[in-house]
Write a protein that binds this ligand. Structure first.
Ligand SMILES: Cc1cc2nc3c(=O)[nH]c(=O)nc-3n(C[C@H](O)[C@H](O)[C@H](O)COP(=O)(O)O)c2cc1C
Ligand SMILES: C=C(O[C@@H]1CC(C(=O)O)=C[C@@H](OP(=O)(O)O)[C@H]1O)C(=O)O
Length: 356
């Protein structure tokens, strides 16, 4: 397995969910960046497990141990190495899963690829737990982007069939700050109450639900990106699809743009003083692969958590027979609420890498 990424920055992600630790090495960050450790702590908390019944009950503090690259809260220019020790794994929940493959999880393809040697405990290296070090890296990236005025914020757009409203064409700093200050942000407070009920209904039925996250990046200058292979969409998508359980990424009005007429889908330009703006933002701030100065807006679709205790059909790869499975253990009835900050973090890393 290999988990390295980046053109201008370098990320190397390591660890397994029930191993000693998980962590990340981040290379090519600028020296002399004074980091707001409180912000990093807040971002880690928004993702951390075990905080309420919408999340896996696994209790982890997700405290980050900085091994190198940061001195007195300031980046030294050396690679940053950060470790998060695992302290609350229940590995016996996974004893059957070495041979009985969980539908929807990585077990079967990983069994084939790694000849059964992969660590299935807690999802091993495939686990959503590996997003903790990514949030740490993303939190640093956000602070570097903020020096250029670039801000990122996301909200839960839907859980199962419960919808929040979408971002309007104007997205300002105060809205994104407001969203990032909430543990589980929605634009409509009432929507979140219904979403919580929906998650609880699924949990009680030994099932799970998925949903969508909508994210915005504001104050991106126009003219960033390239046509074809190096487009802004092409930079963001690989990192967003690296988040376990992400099954779709779309920009602007996403699939809805396919049902529009040209005169509706085209975002009409106008001058506001010296600034070029568009009256709508169906293209999500990107045309020709290049930023047009409007907010970059995209949606990420997250599937229902695969590990559910409802009885399901599966296979036993040892006996090569069909069987049934009821997954034990501690799982998120819905991944979406904890993944909001993960999406923001991945967006920050992609944009920082793209800006060089
Ligand atoms: C923050 C987060 C938490 C997750 N929690 C769980 C979980 O509790 N149980 C589970 O089976 N999958 C969970 N997942 C999803 C699995 O890790 C993921 O579905 C699996 O690795 C297979 O990858 P794929 O869904 O991208 O194909 C979580 C993912 C994230 C991002
Ligand atoms: C621990 C976290 O989430 C884990 C992600 C996960 C998976 O399969 O992705 C499975 C569960 O692991 P375990 O069975 O060890 O409790 C979750 O709890 C975390 O996000 O920090």
């Amino acid at each position: 397995m290999s988990a390295n990424w980046g053109n201008n920055i370098e990320l190397s992600l390591f660890g397994e969910s029930h191993g000693e630790a998980i962590g990340i090495v981040i290379g090519h960050l600028p020296a002399g960046v004074r980091l707001d450790m409180e912000q990093i702590h807040w971002h880690m908390k928004r993702r951390a497990p075990g905080q309420n019944k919408m999340s896996t009950p696994r209790q982890e503090k997700d405290e980050v141990h900085i091994v190198s690259g940061i001195q007195d809260g300031i980046t030294t220019g050396a690679p940053i190495c950060a470790m998060i020790y695992n302290s609350n794994s229940h590995s016996k929940d996974y004893s059957e899963l070495k041979v009985n493959m969980r539908p929807g999880h990585s077990d079967y393809p990983a069994y084939v690829k790694y000849h059964g040697y992969n660590d299935v405990r807690g999802g091993g290296h495939f686990s959503g737990r590996l997003t903790a070090p990514l949030v740490f890296a993303g939190s640093i990236a956000r602070q570097i982007l903020l020096q250029k005025g670039i801000r990122i914020g996301a909200h839960i757009k839907s859980i199962h069939d419960i919808q929040d409203t979408s971002f309007s064409v104007d997205i300002d700093e105060s809205l994104l700050n407001q969203l990032s200050s909430k543990m589980y942000p929605t634009l409509d407070e009432q929507a979140f109450i219904k979403m919580q009920d929906e998650i609880e209904k699924a949990r009680m039925a030994q099932d799970s639900v998925g949903g969508m996250i909508e994210c915005a990046i504001i104050n991106m200058p126009a003219g960033i990106g390239n046509p074809f292979f190096d487009s802004v969409e092409a930079h963001l998508s690989p990192l967003l699809f690296s988040i376990p359980a992400v099954k779709s990424v779309s920009f602007g009005s996403g699939e809805k743009i396919t049902q529009m007429y040209g005169h509706e889908a085209n975002d009409a330009y106008y001058y506001q003083g010296e600034h070029v703006k568009t009256k709508t933002n169906h293209n999500g701030g990107i045309t020709g692969g290049i930023t047009n100065g409007m907010p970059i807006v995209f949606q990420v679709g997250i599937k229902p958590t695969p590990s559910i205790s409802k009885l399901q059909d599966t296979i036993n790869v040892q006996t090569k027979t069909n069987t049934q499975i009821q997954v034990k253990g501690r799982h998120d009835p819905c991944i979406v609420p904890r993944a909001v900050v993960v999406v923001e973090s991945m967006a920050a890393l992609a944009i920082l890498d793209m800006l060089g």
